[in-house]
Write a protein that binds this ligand. Sequence first.
Ligand code: FAD
Length: 525
Amino acid sequence: MADKKEKTFRFVIVGGGIAGVTCVEQLSSQMPSSAVALITAGPLIKAVTNYKQVSKTLEEFDVEERASSVLEEKFPNLTVIHSAVNSLNTHSHSLETTDGRVFGYEKLCICSGARPKLLTQDNPHVLGIRDTDSAQEFQKRLSKAKRIIVIGNGGIALELVFEVEGCEVIWAVKDKAIGNTFFDAGAAQFLIPSLDADRPERAAPCKRTRYTTEEPAPGASQTFTADRISRRHGSGTTESGSALGPDWHEGIALRGAEQASRRVSVEYQCEVEKIFTSEELLSSSQRAENGENWIHCSSFYSNSLPFSPPQAFSLLSVGSWPVYVQLTNGKTFGCEFVVSATGVVPNTEPFLHGNNFVLADDGGLQVDDHMMTSEPDVYAAGDVCTACWEHSPLWQQMRLWTQARQMGWYTGRCMAAQVLSEPIELDFCFELFSHITRFFNYKVVLLGKFNGQGLGPDQELLVRCTKGQEYVKVVLSRGRMVGAVLIGDTDLEETFENLILNQMDLTPYGEELLNPNIDIEDYFD
Ligand code: FAD
């Protein structure tokens, strides 16, 4: 591969998502006389727009898909190559693309993102949502669907069940509460009424100092109905290989085949046992009739009738579904298709063969505090990497848009610093985990160890909740604030961020900290 190099660039970045593009922008502007190449599989790139630093660590921005020519016009030292990398040779410092071209690099940054962790790879009835293509495929199938099953409890599942209308949604989560990646059971209970048609009326603030929430029993289910919610419609965009991000559903109508309401049923503490087609169900019924016991399920929920194999024939004639999902709680549901929203797998494959990358347990390329992988001159940023430095006690990696941007920007600076032989310290953004998003139409701010991650019993929680309006949770450890969840327009983010960063002893304030009658901002000024 080494001899065939078409051109050698000082810096090569692979991936036109947020991490790669931010890294390119940083390097191209900081090192204007160095040749920079962006190699990306998709025809479009992702650009950060309307960037706003909300507080010391909190940031908000929009993401747009753009033609790569916009970047090339801005940075004359940049060449964009539209092709996928299919192999990397770290010894010869070269990459080969799928169209057979070979490029050399002095410093390389891999920003190839991640792909959905699908329940099964080869089942046409199982969809993952990652990029514009898959979102459009989802929309197309949804428009003809009366019932879908969503598996997973992260951000994508949360958004999906809230946004889909005109289609029944069965939502299977492995945890005791919805949104476990972002929330605890208390926040989940606060959000659950949003799945209902009648939004809860605004009530007077009530303060709960002791943290207790009633969780559904294992295997329990909850059902909510809702009228259609108003949505913005617009034109879909063209294809891209980059991960979607916040508001990915804006501009695409997530409407099923049914007329009016949305109906969401949550199945708690269960996973998928088996996925099978109506033909398989039919043949299993025949086998059961012949004395074989193939499907073990206590109930069959296609038509709310108890299932026993001989009845399957009549059930199928009443209404058969293209696919059936048997859950570990013993229930089986029929549906048009299954959405697998159970996390992501880093896109590392093309880079591994013949090289010695150290991978983390989650499959990401391990990077140190300078975003370097275990291979010389190779960096990684965004969803493809796993941060393996000793983290600040208030930070954790989550594969989110904000972290993709922060890592891309910091990696660009690290690559430049190495070339210039300049020292560089870990950026302040890795000091405190912070994230702003929206779930169920509420503003959501997450700070630090917002779910008490890694704290064990060494934590105390203060909670204030006003039904339908706000949910405020503070995580304290040895009297110091170490995390917070703010749902609604609480206006507390900046004050809490400061309290977390300065690690002030809050013991004297006790429960007053969340007293709604005290203006906490003035209190700590
Ligand atoms: P990506 O955006 O995936 O970009 C990877 C790039 O690499 C792409 O351009 C791809 O074409 C290219 N590529 C891949 N392989 C190769 C190859 N072999 N050769 C060349 N190029 C290659 N985050 C949030 O913060 N908030 C949210 O609300 C949110 N919602 C989400 C909703 C959905 C449906 C999804 C899928 C993700 C969501 N995320 C959200 C996560 C967020 O989108 C990702 O964390 C972020 O986009 C990762 O950026 P990245 O640059 O690392 O990777």
